[in-house]
Write a protein that binds this ligand. Structure first.
Ligand code: XUL
Length: 546
C-alpha cells in the first residue's frame, strides 16, 4: 500500500519541529532543531537575541529560513518527504515579517540548489521581526484604543484589547518610527503565513487562528476591519495577507521545494496558523468546550474551544478563530518556562529535583508567595520585570522558591481564566513542562480537577499535521470529522492522568485560601491594593500545619 504522511511543522520561539502523521500508523518524529544550539552565530538565548531594552524582542528572519532549510533536509534524509500528501504549518503567534515588492518574484523564482536564506535574503524590507515577547508598543496601544472608542470597543471588535505584542500596534510603531521603510514594505506577513509563503512560493493567506491575534480583524465579520486598519497605519489593507476563516488547502509546494527536498509536486499546503490554535487541534479539542488546555512552553497559555463568541465586556484575554471556523479563547503568560528555569538554575537544580521538591512539599507553601516576573509580564500586564516575594519567602530557600514559582503560575492561570466561562471538567497539559510530574500535580491541586498529558508533547506540530490531514482528506472527497481524525492517530487514554491530592485543593479555594492571598499580592504589585499581609495571615490561620 502507498505510504502517505501528513506533515506538521512548528516554528516556535526556541526551535523548529516537525512530526509526520500516518493515519492508522501513528506519528513519526519529532524532528527538532534548537536555534541556540544549531546557529550560535545569531547569538540567540532562548531563541531571541540579547537586547538592551527588555521590552524590545526582535528576531532576524534569516535564522528561521536557515532552520526551515535544515529541518526539511533532515526530513528528506529520513526518507519522509516523498510520501507527504499535505503540510500544515504552525508558528509562534503575533510576530510580523516585512517584505519588499520583490518578494513575490523572488519566492516564485527560487532555485532548488540555493539555500533558502540566500535565495530569499533580498525579500525583507526590515531586518528584525518583532515577536510575541515584544512589549514596546504601549503608546501605540493607547492610540489605537482611543481611535477605536475605548478598551471595551477594541475587545469587542477585534477579540482582544489593544495588546503590545499584536501585529496592529507593532505595525503602527514601525510606520511611526520608520515611515520610509514602511513605504518600502509591500507585504506584511504573520510568521505562520511567512512560512507557508516560503513553502508555496507565493504570498500566502493567514487563518483566523492567527489573524485574529492582531487587533486588525473584525472577529464577527471574519475579515480585516477597515476601522481597525485605519487606526493603525495608512494603506495597510494592500499590505496584509488574505484572511481565511476556516482551514483549507491554499496550494501545492513550490517547484523548488520539490526539487530541493524531494517533495511530490502535488503535495498540498494548508493555510498556516498560530501554535496555540494548532495545539487546540493537536489535543483533540475542536468541538470540545468541556476540556481546556494548558501549554507549559516558553510561554504558558490557557486555552479552549468555545461554542460561539462571548459577549461580556473584559479587559484581558483573547479570542481567536478555531480550525473548524469556530472560536477559541486564550490567556498568555510570558514568564512560563523562563521563570521556572531561572529558579531551577539559580539553585543549581535539575528538572527531576524540581519535580521531587514539588511532590514532597505541602500545597500552599505555608503562605509563602512569589510573583515570578523575570521578564515583563503579559498577564497581568507588568512592564517592569522583577521577582517579588511575599509571606517571608527567603530568596535563598530552594524548596520554598520552587514551590512558590509553580504555585504562582498555576494560580495565575486559574485566576485569569475566570472570564472564559464554565470551569473545565479536565485539563490537558502539553509542551515541555507537561513532562514534569511535580508541575502537573501542582496544576491538578490548584485547579481541583484531573489533568491529562498526551504521549506526543509537541501538540502544535501534531495539530499542524492533523490540520493537513483534515484539509487533504476533505479536499479528496472524504468527509472526515475532527474527533474521528484525532482518535485515528492518538490512542484514547494514552498519556497520564493526575488527580488532585486529597485535601490539597481546599488550601487554594477555601475562604482564606491561597488563591485569595495570591490575588492580593498581584493587586499590590499592580498598585491596585494594600499590602497582602492580612490575606496571608488569613491563610496561615486557616491552614496552620502548612
Ligand atoms: C499567544 C502568545 C504565545 C506565542 C508563543 O498569544 O503570544 O503563546 O504564540 O509561541
Amino acid at each position: 500500500m502507498e505510504r502517505r504522511f501528513f506533515l506538521g511543522v512548528d516554528l516556535s520561539t526556541q526551535s523548529v519541529t516537525a512530526v509526520a502523521v500516518s493515519l492508522g500508523a501513528g506519528v513519526a518524529g519529532p524532528f527538532s532543531i534548537n536555534f541556540d544550539q544549531a546557529y550560535p552565530r545569531y547569538g540567540t538565548r532562548g531563541g531571541v537575541p540579547p537586547s538592551d531594552d527588555p521590552l524590545k524582542v526582535r528576531v532576524n528572519p534569516l535564522l528561521w529560513l536557515e532552520a526551515l532549510d535544515d529541518l526539511l533536509g533532515t526530513l528528506q534524509a529520513e526518507g519522509l518527504t516523498r510520501d507527504v500528501a499535505a503540510i500544515g504549518v504552525s508558528a509562534q503567534q503575533h510576530g510580523t515579517v516585512y517584505l519588499t515588492a520583490h518578494a513575490e518574484r523572488l519566492l516564485a523564482g527560487l532555485s532548488p540548489t540555493t539555500p533558502l536564506a540566500i535565495g530569499l535574503a533580498e525579500i525583507f524590507s526590515r531586518w528584525e521581526c518583532p515577536i510575541w515577547m515584544d512589549a514596546s508598543t504601549s503608546a501605540e496601544c493607547r492610540e489605537i484604543t482611543a481611535a477605536l472608542g475605548g478598551t471595551a470597543a477594541v475587545a469587542r471588535l477585534t477579540g482582544s484589547v489593544a495588546t503590545e505584542r499584536f501585529a496592529g500596534p507593532q505595525i503602527r510603531k514601525f510606520w511611526k518610527e520608520a515611515p520610509e521603510l514602511y513605504a518600502r514594505t509591500a507585504h506584511i506577513a504573520l510568521i505562520s503565513s511567512f512560512v507557508t509563503s516560503v513553502l508555496t512560493g507565493g504570498l500566502a493567506p493567514v487563518d483566523a487562528g492567527d489573524g485574529y491575534g492582531t487587533n486588525l480583524a473584525d472577529i464577527r465579520a471574519g475579515d480585516w476591519s477597515g476601522e481597525a486598519l485605519d487606526a493603525c497605519a495608512p494603506e495597510l489593507l494592500t499590505r496584509l495577507p488574505r484572511l481565511v476563516a476556516a482551514d483549507r488547502v491554499i496550494g501545492t509546494v513550490a517547484p523548488y521545494l520539490a526539487g530541493r527536498f524531494g517533495f511530490r509536486p502535488d503535495t498540498q499546503v494548508i493555510v498556516g496558523s498560530g501554535d496555540n490554535p494548532c495545539s487546540l487541534v493537536g489535543l483533540g479539542l475542536i468541538g470540545a468546550p468541556d476540556r481546556h488546555a494548558v501549554s507549559l512552553g516558553t510561554s504558558d497559555t490557557y486555552f479552549g474551544y468555545m461554542n460561539g463568541l462571548p459577549e461580556a465586556a473584559r479587559s484581558e484575554g483573547h479570542l481567536f478563530g478555531a480550525a473548524d471556523g469556530g472560536a477559541m479563547f486564550l490567556v498568555c503568560f510570558k514568564n512560563g518556562s523562563i521563570a521556572r528555569e531561572r529558579i531551577k538554575d539559580d539553585f543549581g537544580l535539575t528538572w527531576e529535583d524540581v519535580s521531587r521538591i514539588l511532590l514532597a512539599t505541602p500545597p500552599g507553601n505555608g503562605g509563602r508567595i512569589m510573583l515570578p516576573y523575570v521578564l515583563p509580564e503579559i498577564t497581568p500586564r507588568v512592564l517592569e520585570a522583577g521577582v517579588r516575594r511575599y509571606g517571608g519567602l527567603a530568596a535563598e530557600d530552594p524548596a520554598g522558591n520552587v514551590r512558590a514559582v509553580a504555585e504562582a503560575q498555576a494560580m495565575a492561570l486559574y485566576l485569569h481564566a475566570d472570564w472564559t466561562g464554565r470551569r473545565p471538567e479536565r485539563i490537558l497539559v502539553t509542551a515541555g513542562g507537561s513532562e514534569n510530574p511535580g508541575l502537573l500535580q501542582v496544576l491538578a491541586d490548584v485547579f481541583g480537577v484531573e489533568v491529562q498529558t498526551h504521549d506526543v508533547t509537541q501538540s502544535a506540530a501534531l495539530g499542524g499535521a492533523l490540520r493537513a490531514a483534515h484539509a487533504w482528506l476533505n479536499d479528496h472527497g472524504a468527509v472526515v470529522g475532527w474527533g474521528g481524525l484525532f482518535r485515528s492517530v492518538i490512542t484514547p487514554g494514552s498519556g497520564r492522568i493526575i488527580r488532585p491530592a486529597p485535601g490539597a485543593s481546599i488550601r487554594f479555594h477555601a475562604p482564606g485560601g491561597l488563591i485569595a492571598a495570591y490575588a492580593a499580592c498581584e493587586r499590590h504589585v499592580l498598585g491596585r491594593g494594600p499590602d497582602p499581609g492580612e490575606a496571608i495571615r488569613a491563610f496561615r490561620a486557616a491552614f496552620s500545619d502548612g
